[in-house]
Design a protein around this ligand. Structure first.
Ligand SMILES: Nc1ncnc2c1ncn2[C@@H]1O[C@H](COP(=O)(O)OP(=O)(O)OP(=O)(O)O)[C@@H](O)[C@H]1O
Ligand SMILES: [Mg+2]
Length: 433
Protein backbone atom coordinates (compact mmCIF):
# COMPACT_ATOMS: atom_id res chain seq x y z
CA UNK A 1 0.00 0.00 0.00
CA UNK A 2 1.48 3.37 -0.95
CA UNK A 3 1.66 6.22 1.55
CA UNK A 4 0.72 9.68 0.26
CA UNK A 5 3.20 12.45 0.97
CA UNK A 6 1.48 15.72 0.24
CA UNK A 7 2.60 18.88 -1.52
CA UNK A 8 -0.01 21.58 -1.92
CA UNK A 9 -0.66 23.78 -4.90
CA UNK A 10 -3.62 26.08 -4.91
CA UNK A 11 -5.47 27.41 -7.91
CA UNK A 12 -8.51 29.48 -8.70
CA UNK A 13 -12.07 28.29 -9.19
CA UNK A 14 -13.16 26.62 -12.41
CA UNK A 15 -14.64 28.80 -15.07
CA UNK A 16 -15.11 27.50 -18.59
CA UNK A 17 -13.97 30.68 -20.26
CA UNK A 18 -11.45 32.31 -17.99
CA UNK A 19 -8.01 31.23 -19.19
CA UNK A 20 -6.60 34.62 -18.24
CA UNK A 21 -7.53 34.48 -14.62
CA UNK A 22 -6.52 30.84 -14.44
CA UNK A 23 -3.05 31.61 -15.73
CA UNK A 24 -2.74 34.57 -13.42
CA UNK A 25 -3.60 32.34 -10.49
CA UNK A 26 -1.16 29.73 -11.75
CA UNK A 27 1.68 32.18 -11.73
CA UNK A 28 1.02 33.29 -8.15
CA UNK A 29 0.11 29.86 -6.78
CA UNK A 30 -2.62 31.42 -4.65
CA UNK A 31 -6.31 30.79 -4.21
CA UNK A 32 -7.86 33.63 -6.17
CA UNK A 33 -11.47 33.14 -5.14
CA UNK A 34 -13.15 31.28 -2.37
CA UNK A 35 -15.60 29.46 -4.66
CA UNK A 36 -14.68 25.78 -5.08
CA UNK A 37 -10.91 26.14 -5.32
CA UNK A 38 -9.01 23.07 -6.31
CA UNK A 39 -5.96 21.87 -4.50
CA UNK A 40 -3.37 19.42 -5.63
CA UNK A 41 -1.93 17.06 -3.09
CA UNK A 42 0.86 15.25 -4.75
CA UNK A 43 3.80 13.04 -4.43
CA UNK A 44 3.90 11.95 -8.03
CA UNK A 45 7.27 10.73 -9.26
CA UNK A 46 8.30 9.46 -12.67
CA UNK A 47 7.05 5.92 -13.18
CA UNK A 48 9.54 3.15 -12.77
CA UNK A 49 9.21 -0.54 -13.44
CA UNK A 50 5.62 -1.67 -13.19
CA UNK A 51 4.29 0.96 -10.81
CA UNK A 52 1.89 3.50 -12.20
CA UNK A 53 1.79 7.24 -11.64
CA UNK A 54 -1.83 8.24 -11.21
CA UNK A 55 -3.87 11.44 -10.83
CA UNK A 56 -7.33 11.49 -9.29
CA UNK A 57 -9.33 14.58 -10.22
CA UNK A 58 -12.54 14.96 -8.25
CA UNK A 59 -14.34 17.76 -6.42
CA UNK A 60 -16.35 15.28 -4.31
CA UNK A 61 -14.26 14.37 -1.31
CA UNK A 62 -16.05 11.17 -0.40
CA UNK A 63 -15.72 9.61 -3.86
CA UNK A 64 -12.17 10.92 -4.28
CA UNK A 65 -11.03 9.45 -0.95
CA UNK A 66 -12.66 6.13 -1.83
CA UNK A 67 -10.80 6.14 -5.15
CA UNK A 68 -7.51 6.84 -3.37
CA UNK A 69 -8.19 4.02 -0.93
CA UNK A 70 -8.97 1.55 -3.70
CA UNK A 71 -5.86 2.69 -5.59
CA UNK A 72 -3.71 2.25 -2.52
CA UNK A 73 -4.50 -1.46 -2.68
CA UNK A 74 -3.38 -1.59 -6.31
CA UNK A 75 0.02 0.09 -5.75
CA UNK A 76 1.46 2.97 -7.84
CA UNK A 77 4.60 5.02 -7.26
CA UNK A 78 2.67 8.26 -6.98
CA UNK A 79 -0.90 9.40 -6.67
CA UNK A 80 -1.75 13.03 -7.28
CA UNK A 81 -4.96 14.08 -5.66
CA UNK A 82 -6.65 17.03 -7.36
CA UNK A 83 -9.52 18.34 -5.28
CA UNK A 84 -11.45 20.03 -8.08
CA UNK A 85 -11.69 20.35 -11.82
CA UNK A 86 -9.09 22.70 -13.31
CA UNK A 87 -10.59 26.17 -13.86
CA UNK A 88 -9.97 26.02 -17.58
CA UNK A 89 -9.15 23.25 -20.03
CA UNK A 90 -6.08 25.30 -20.95
CA UNK A 91 -4.70 24.40 -17.52
CA UNK A 92 -4.69 20.67 -18.24
CA UNK A 93 -1.26 20.30 -19.89
CA UNK A 94 0.37 22.40 -17.16
CA UNK A 95 -1.41 20.53 -14.41
CA UNK A 96 -0.48 17.12 -15.77
CA UNK A 97 3.00 17.99 -16.99
CA UNK A 98 4.55 15.29 -14.87
CA UNK A 99 3.18 12.73 -17.32
CA UNK A 100 0.78 10.35 -15.68
CA UNK A 101 0.11 6.77 -16.61
CA UNK A 102 -3.52 6.99 -15.54
CA UNK A 103 -5.88 9.87 -14.76
CA UNK A 104 -9.17 9.20 -12.95
CA UNK A 105 -11.87 11.83 -13.36
CA UNK A 106 -14.99 12.18 -11.20
CA UNK A 107 -17.92 12.35 -13.59
CA UNK A 108 -20.76 13.21 -11.26
CA UNK A 109 -19.78 16.65 -9.93
CA UNK A 110 -20.27 18.21 -13.39
CA UNK A 111 -20.67 15.54 -16.09
CA UNK A 112 -20.48 17.89 -19.09
CA UNK A 113 -17.31 19.59 -17.94
CA UNK A 114 -15.83 16.29 -16.78
CA UNK A 115 -16.30 14.88 -20.29
CA UNK A 116 -14.63 17.94 -21.82
CA UNK A 117 -11.80 17.33 -19.38
CA UNK A 118 -11.55 13.68 -20.42
CA UNK A 119 -11.30 14.77 -24.07
CA UNK A 120 -8.67 17.34 -23.28
CA UNK A 121 -6.54 14.92 -21.25
CA UNK A 122 -6.85 12.34 -24.01
CA UNK A 123 -5.68 14.92 -26.53
CA UNK A 124 -2.71 16.14 -24.50
CA UNK A 125 -1.50 13.31 -22.37
CA UNK A 126 -0.26 9.80 -22.87
CA UNK A 127 -2.25 8.72 -19.80
CA UNK A 128 -5.08 6.20 -19.83
CA UNK A 129 -8.12 8.28 -18.91
CA UNK A 130 -10.72 6.70 -16.62
CA UNK A 131 -13.95 8.06 -15.22
CA UNK A 132 -15.77 7.13 -12.05
CA UNK A 133 -19.44 7.61 -11.31
CA UNK A 134 -22.35 6.64 -9.13
CA UNK A 135 -24.48 6.01 -12.16
CA UNK A 136 -24.19 3.29 -14.78
CA UNK A 137 -26.53 5.01 -17.22
CA UNK A 138 -25.81 3.47 -20.67
CA UNK A 139 -26.12 6.82 -22.45
CA UNK A 140 -23.53 8.32 -20.12
CA UNK A 141 -21.30 5.33 -20.69
CA UNK A 142 -21.40 5.85 -24.45
CA UNK A 143 -20.58 9.56 -24.02
CA UNK A 144 -17.60 8.63 -21.85
CA UNK A 145 -16.23 6.24 -24.44
CA UNK A 146 -16.76 8.83 -27.20
CA UNK A 147 -14.83 11.36 -25.15
CA UNK A 148 -11.93 8.93 -24.97
CA UNK A 149 -12.34 7.35 -21.50
CA UNK A 150 -10.80 3.87 -21.51
CA UNK A 151 -12.37 2.68 -18.26
CA UNK A 152 -15.65 3.36 -16.48
CA UNK A 153 -15.33 2.67 -12.76
CA UNK A 154 -18.54 2.30 -10.82
CA UNK A 155 -18.72 3.93 -7.39
CA UNK A 156 -18.61 2.42 -4.72
CA UNK A 157 -15.39 0.94 -6.03
CA UNK A 158 -14.57 -2.71 -6.19
CA UNK A 159 -10.88 -3.38 -5.58
CA UNK A 160 -10.97 -6.13 -8.21
CA UNK A 161 -12.39 -3.76 -10.80
CA UNK A 162 -9.82 -1.11 -9.91
CA UNK A 163 -6.98 -3.67 -10.09
CA UNK A 164 -8.19 -4.81 -13.53
CA UNK A 165 -8.30 -1.22 -14.78
CA UNK A 166 -4.79 -0.52 -13.46
CA UNK A 167 -3.43 -3.72 -15.02
CA UNK A 168 -4.82 -2.64 -18.39
CA UNK A 169 -3.35 0.86 -17.92
CA UNK A 170 0.05 -0.75 -17.22
CA UNK A 171 -0.21 -2.74 -20.45
CA UNK A 172 -1.06 0.43 -22.40
CA UNK A 173 1.91 2.34 -21.06
CA UNK A 174 4.42 3.16 -23.82
CA UNK A 175 7.45 0.91 -23.58
CA UNK A 176 10.21 3.49 -23.96
CA UNK A 177 8.94 6.20 -21.64
CA UNK A 178 12.17 8.20 -21.60
CA UNK A 179 12.22 8.59 -25.40
CA UNK A 180 8.68 9.90 -25.47
CA UNK A 181 9.49 12.28 -22.62
CA UNK A 182 12.36 14.01 -24.37
CA UNK A 183 10.73 14.32 -27.77
CA UNK A 184 10.28 17.86 -29.04
CA UNK A 185 6.82 19.15 -29.85
CA UNK A 186 5.49 18.29 -33.27
CA UNK A 187 3.46 21.19 -34.65
CA UNK A 188 1.86 20.53 -38.01
CA UNK A 189 0.45 23.40 -40.07
CA UNK A 190 -1.95 22.47 -42.84
CA UNK A 191 -4.06 24.54 -45.18
CA UNK A 192 -7.75 23.80 -45.62
CA UNK A 193 -7.26 24.81 -49.25
CA UNK A 194 -4.33 25.95 -51.40
CA UNK A 195 -3.39 29.55 -50.63
CA UNK A 196 -5.02 29.62 -47.18
CA UNK A 197 -1.81 30.79 -45.51
CA UNK A 198 -0.21 27.57 -44.22
CA UNK A 199 3.29 28.59 -45.27
CA UNK A 200 2.89 32.10 -43.88
CA UNK A 201 1.90 30.64 -40.51
CA UNK A 202 4.44 27.78 -40.48
CA UNK A 203 7.36 30.13 -41.24
CA UNK A 204 6.37 32.86 -38.82
CA UNK A 205 5.42 30.46 -36.06
CA UNK A 206 8.78 28.71 -36.37
CA UNK A 207 10.57 32.06 -36.19
CA UNK A 208 8.49 33.18 -33.20
CA UNK A 209 9.29 29.93 -31.39
CA UNK A 210 13.00 30.17 -32.19
CA UNK A 211 13.01 33.69 -30.78
CA UNK A 212 11.94 32.49 -27.38
CA UNK A 213 14.65 31.60 -24.89
CA UNK A 214 15.84 27.97 -25.04
CA UNK A 215 13.53 26.92 -27.84
CA UNK A 216 15.58 25.45 -30.62
CA UNK A 217 13.25 25.05 -33.54
CA UNK A 218 13.30 23.42 -36.94
CA UNK A 219 10.93 24.08 -39.80
CA UNK A 220 10.48 21.21 -42.23
CA UNK A 221 8.78 21.80 -45.56
CA UNK A 222 6.72 18.69 -46.26
CA UNK A 223 4.66 20.42 -48.94
CA UNK A 224 6.59 18.50 -51.58
CA UNK A 225 7.73 18.87 -54.23
CA UNK A 226 6.77 22.54 -54.60
CA UNK A 227 6.92 23.95 -51.06
CA UNK A 228 8.10 27.54 -50.70
CA UNK A 229 8.99 27.92 -47.02
CA UNK A 230 12.63 28.66 -47.92
CA UNK A 231 11.49 31.37 -50.32
CA UNK A 232 9.31 32.92 -47.62
CA UNK A 233 12.28 33.05 -45.27
CA UNK A 234 14.58 34.33 -47.99
CA UNK A 235 17.11 31.52 -47.72
CA UNK A 236 18.52 29.15 -50.27
CA UNK A 237 19.82 25.77 -49.28
CA UNK A 238 21.99 23.09 -50.74
CA UNK A 239 19.91 20.23 -49.35
CA UNK A 240 16.19 19.65 -49.11
CA UNK A 241 13.59 17.58 -47.32
CA UNK A 242 13.83 15.10 -50.18
CA UNK A 243 17.52 14.50 -49.40
CA UNK A 244 16.60 13.72 -45.79
CA UNK A 245 13.77 11.40 -46.83
CA UNK A 246 15.92 9.57 -49.36
CA UNK A 247 18.58 8.99 -46.70
CA UNK A 248 16.07 8.06 -43.99
CA UNK A 249 17.62 4.65 -43.28
CA UNK A 250 20.89 6.25 -42.17
CA UNK A 251 19.51 9.52 -40.81
CA UNK A 252 20.61 10.58 -37.34
CA UNK A 253 21.01 13.91 -35.55
CA UNK A 254 24.44 14.61 -36.97
CA UNK A 255 23.41 13.81 -40.52
CA UNK A 256 20.30 15.91 -40.23
CA UNK A 257 22.27 18.90 -38.94
CA UNK A 258 24.32 18.81 -42.15
CA UNK A 259 21.19 19.06 -44.28
CA UNK A 260 19.75 22.04 -42.43
CA UNK A 261 20.24 25.69 -43.22
CA UNK A 262 20.23 28.36 -40.51
CA UNK A 263 18.00 31.40 -40.78
CA UNK A 264 19.24 34.55 -39.05
CA UNK A 265 16.31 34.39 -36.61
CA UNK A 266 17.64 31.13 -35.17
CA UNK A 267 15.31 28.77 -37.03
CA UNK A 268 16.84 25.74 -38.71
CA UNK A 269 15.21 24.95 -42.02
CA UNK A 270 14.81 21.92 -44.22
CA UNK A 271 13.19 23.31 -47.34
CA UNK A 272 11.66 21.79 -50.45
CA UNK A 273 14.00 21.21 -53.41
CA UNK A 274 14.74 24.10 -55.74
CA UNK A 275 13.92 22.09 -58.85
CA UNK A 276 10.93 19.91 -59.58
CA UNK A 277 11.40 16.30 -58.50
CA UNK A 278 8.40 13.94 -58.63
CA UNK A 279 7.49 12.86 -55.11
CA UNK A 280 5.06 10.45 -53.49
CA UNK A 281 4.61 10.61 -49.68
CA UNK A 282 5.62 7.45 -47.79
CA UNK A 283 5.30 7.16 -44.06
CA UNK A 284 8.49 5.18 -43.30
CA UNK A 285 10.97 7.92 -44.27
CA UNK A 286 8.71 10.69 -42.91
CA UNK A 287 8.44 8.88 -39.59
CA UNK A 288 12.22 8.57 -39.31
CA UNK A 289 12.81 12.22 -40.26
CA UNK A 290 10.31 13.40 -37.65
CA UNK A 291 11.73 11.08 -35.02
CA UNK A 292 15.27 12.39 -35.50
CA UNK A 293 14.09 16.01 -35.66
CA UNK A 294 12.17 15.62 -32.39
CA UNK A 295 15.21 14.20 -30.69
CA UNK A 296 17.25 17.23 -31.72
CA UNK A 297 14.79 20.11 -31.40
CA UNK A 298 12.34 21.46 -28.83
CA UNK A 299 9.90 22.34 -31.61
CA UNK A 300 9.45 20.71 -34.99
CA UNK A 301 7.18 22.82 -37.20
CA UNK A 302 5.88 21.15 -40.36
CA UNK A 303 4.50 22.95 -43.38
CA UNK A 304 2.09 20.27 -44.67
CA UNK A 305 0.50 22.47 -47.33
CA UNK A 306 -2.97 21.16 -48.12
CA UNK A 307 -1.85 17.68 -49.08
CA UNK A 308 -4.13 14.91 -47.96
CA UNK A 309 -1.56 12.18 -48.63
CA UNK A 310 0.22 13.34 -45.47
CA UNK A 311 -2.82 12.40 -43.40
CA UNK A 312 -1.71 8.76 -43.57
CA UNK A 313 1.64 9.60 -42.06
CA UNK A 314 3.36 10.38 -38.78
CA UNK A 315 3.18 14.09 -39.66
CA UNK A 316 -0.53 14.02 -38.84
CA UNK A 317 -0.82 10.98 -36.53
CA UNK A 318 1.89 11.98 -34.06
CA UNK A 319 1.37 15.74 -34.14
CA UNK A 320 0.98 17.39 -30.75
CA UNK A 321 -1.14 20.00 -32.47
CA UNK A 322 -2.38 20.36 -36.02
CA UNK A 323 -3.06 23.97 -36.97
CA UNK A 324 -5.69 24.00 -39.67
CA UNK A 325 -5.35 27.27 -41.53
CA UNK A 326 -8.50 28.36 -43.25
CA UNK A 327 -10.20 31.52 -44.40
CA UNK A 328 -13.73 32.78 -43.96
CA UNK A 329 -14.73 32.18 -47.58
CA UNK A 330 -17.28 29.57 -48.62
CA UNK A 331 -14.82 27.18 -50.38
CA UNK A 332 -12.36 27.29 -47.47
CA UNK A 333 -15.07 26.76 -44.86
CA UNK A 334 -16.58 23.92 -46.86
CA UNK A 335 -13.20 22.21 -47.09
CA UNK A 336 -12.56 22.83 -43.39
CA UNK A 337 -15.85 21.22 -42.48
CA UNK A 338 -15.05 18.10 -44.48
CA UNK A 339 -11.51 17.87 -43.11
CA UNK A 340 -12.61 18.36 -39.50
CA UNK A 341 -15.29 15.70 -39.77
CA UNK A 342 -12.96 13.28 -41.48
CA UNK A 343 -9.76 13.74 -39.50
CA UNK A 344 -10.49 15.54 -36.26
CA UNK A 345 -13.55 13.93 -34.72
CA UNK A 346 -11.46 11.88 -32.25
CA UNK A 347 -9.42 13.13 -29.32
CA UNK A 348 -6.07 13.07 -31.15
CA UNK A 349 -4.33 14.79 -32.75
CA UNK A 350 -5.25 18.06 -31.09
CA UNK A 351 -6.75 20.48 -33.59
CA UNK A 352 -6.46 24.26 -33.46
CA UNK A 353 -8.24 26.22 -36.15
CA UNK A 354 -6.69 29.39 -37.48
CA UNK A 355 -8.87 31.71 -39.54
CA UNK A 356 -6.41 33.62 -41.68
CA UNK A 357 -7.02 36.91 -43.47
CA UNK A 358 -9.85 37.48 -41.05
CA UNK A 359 -11.81 40.70 -41.23
CA UNK A 360 -14.45 41.54 -38.67
CA UNK A 361 -16.95 42.36 -41.41
CA UNK A 362 -16.72 39.31 -43.65
CA UNK A 363 -19.04 39.87 -46.58
CA UNK A 364 -21.98 37.50 -46.49
CA UNK A 365 -20.48 35.11 -43.94
CA UNK A 366 -21.57 35.58 -40.34
CA UNK A 367 -19.70 34.44 -37.25
CA UNK A 368 -22.47 31.93 -36.76
CA UNK A 369 -21.93 30.45 -40.24
CA UNK A 370 -18.20 30.21 -39.59
CA UNK A 371 -18.60 28.42 -36.26
CA UNK A 372 -21.19 26.08 -37.73
CA UNK A 373 -18.94 25.14 -40.64
CA UNK A 374 -15.97 24.64 -38.37
CA UNK A 375 -18.13 22.67 -35.91
CA UNK A 376 -16.48 24.67 -33.10
CA UNK A 377 -15.00 28.06 -32.30
CA UNK A 378 -11.75 28.83 -34.08
CA UNK A 379 -8.89 29.26 -31.61
CA UNK A 380 -7.09 31.91 -33.62
CA UNK A 381 -7.89 34.73 -36.02
CA UNK A 382 -5.10 36.28 -38.05
CA UNK A 383 -6.05 39.56 -39.67
CA UNK A 384 -5.83 40.32 -43.35
CA UNK A 385 -2.80 42.56 -43.70
CA UNK A 386 -1.69 42.85 -47.27
CA UNK A 387 0.81 45.66 -46.58
CA UNK A 388 2.81 43.73 -43.97
CA UNK A 389 2.81 40.57 -46.06
CA UNK A 390 3.92 42.43 -49.16
CA UNK A 391 6.72 44.12 -47.22
CA UNK A 392 7.82 40.74 -45.89
CA UNK A 393 7.90 39.29 -49.39
CA UNK A 394 9.90 42.17 -50.83
CA UNK A 395 12.39 42.26 -47.96
CA UNK A 396 12.30 38.49 -47.29
CA UNK A 397 12.02 39.25 -43.57
CA UNK A 398 9.62 37.13 -41.51
CA UNK A 399 6.88 39.50 -40.44
CA UNK A 400 6.91 38.12 -36.92
CA UNK A 401 10.24 39.90 -36.41
CA UNK A 402 8.50 43.24 -36.67
CA UNK A 403 5.37 44.64 -35.15
CA UNK A 404 2.04 44.15 -36.93
CA UNK A 405 -1.38 42.69 -36.06
CA UNK A 406 -0.40 39.42 -37.79
CA UNK A 407 2.89 39.25 -35.88
CA UNK A 408 1.14 39.77 -32.54
CA UNK A 409 -1.27 36.91 -33.20
CA UNK A 410 1.48 34.53 -34.31
CA UNK A 411 3.54 35.33 -31.21
CA UNK A 412 0.49 34.59 -29.11
CA UNK A 413 0.28 31.12 -30.66
CA UNK A 414 3.99 30.61 -29.97
CA UNK A 415 3.58 31.68 -26.37
CA UNK A 416 0.77 29.23 -25.88
CA UNK A 417 2.96 26.44 -27.23
CA UNK A 418 5.91 27.15 -24.97
CA UNK A 419 3.92 28.32 -21.96
CA UNK A 420 5.95 31.52 -21.74
CA UNK A 421 3.73 34.17 -20.20
CA UNK A 422 3.90 37.89 -19.49
CA UNK A 423 6.19 40.53 -20.86
CA UNK A 424 9.51 38.93 -21.49
CA UNK A 425 12.29 40.31 -23.64
CA UNK A 426 12.86 38.08 -26.63
CA UNK A 427 16.09 36.22 -27.27
CA UNK A 428 17.51 38.78 -29.64
CA UNK A 429 15.42 41.73 -28.51
CA UNK A 430 13.71 41.96 -31.88
CA UNK A 431 10.43 42.46 -30.16
CA UNK A 432 8.66 42.13 -26.87
CA UNK A 433 6.08 39.41 -26.28
N1 LIG B 1 -2.95 37.33 -43.15
C1 LIG B 1 -2.61 37.60 -44.41
N2 LIG B 1 -2.83 38.83 -44.94
C2 LIG B 1 -2.49 39.09 -46.22
N3 LIG B 1 -1.93 38.21 -47.05
C3 LIG B 1 -1.68 36.98 -46.60
C4 LIG B 1 -2.00 36.60 -45.24
N4 LIG B 1 -1.63 35.31 -45.07
C5 LIG B 1 -1.11 34.91 -46.23
N5 LIG B 1 -1.13 35.89 -47.15
C6 LIG B 1 -0.67 35.78 -48.55
O1 LIG B 1 -1.50 34.85 -49.22
C7 LIG B 1 -0.73 34.07 -50.14
C8 LIG B 1 -0.89 32.60 -49.80
O2 LIG B 1 -0.29 32.35 -48.53
P1 LIG B 1 0.61 31.07 -48.28
O3 LIG B 1 1.59 30.88 -49.37
O4 LIG B 1 1.11 31.14 -46.92
O5 LIG B 1 -0.55 29.99 -48.40
P2 LIG B 1 -0.41 28.40 -48.48
O6 LIG B 1 -1.59 27.84 -47.79
O7 LIG B 1 0.92 28.00 -48.02
O8 LIG B 1 -0.55 28.20 -50.04
P3 LIG B 1 -0.04 26.95 -50.95
O9 LIG B 1 -1.26 26.13 -51.14
O10 LIG B 1 0.40 27.61 -52.23
O11 LIG B 1 1.06 26.28 -50.23
C9 LIG B 1 0.70 34.54 -50.04
O12 LIG B 1 0.96 35.48 -51.01
C10 LIG B 1 0.73 35.19 -48.67
O13 LIG B 1 1.74 36.10 -48.55
MG1 LIG C 1 2.40 26.87 -48.93
Amino acid sequence: MSSLQQTRYEFTARSNDAPQSASAARSTNKVATNASPYLINSHAEPSEGNSLVIAVIGPDEERRSAALKALAFCGGSGVREVTGYPPSLNDVPKMLEEKYDAVLVDLDSDPDYALELVKSIGANERATVMVYSNSANPELLVRCMQAGAREFLKYPFSVDEMTGAMTRATARRPKVVSEVKHAGKLLAVMGAKGGSGATMLACNLAVALAQQPDQNTVLIDLDLPLGDAALNLGVSAEFSTLDALEAADRLDGQFLSKLLVQHSSGVSLLGAPGTFVPYHAEDGPIERLIEVARQEFDNVVLDMGSKLDLMNTTAYREADTVYLVTQAGIPELRNSNRLINQFFSGPTPKLEIVINRYESRMLGVSEEHITKALTRQAQWKIPNDYASVRKMQIEATPLVLEDSPIARQVRKIAREITGVEGTVAAKKNFWLF
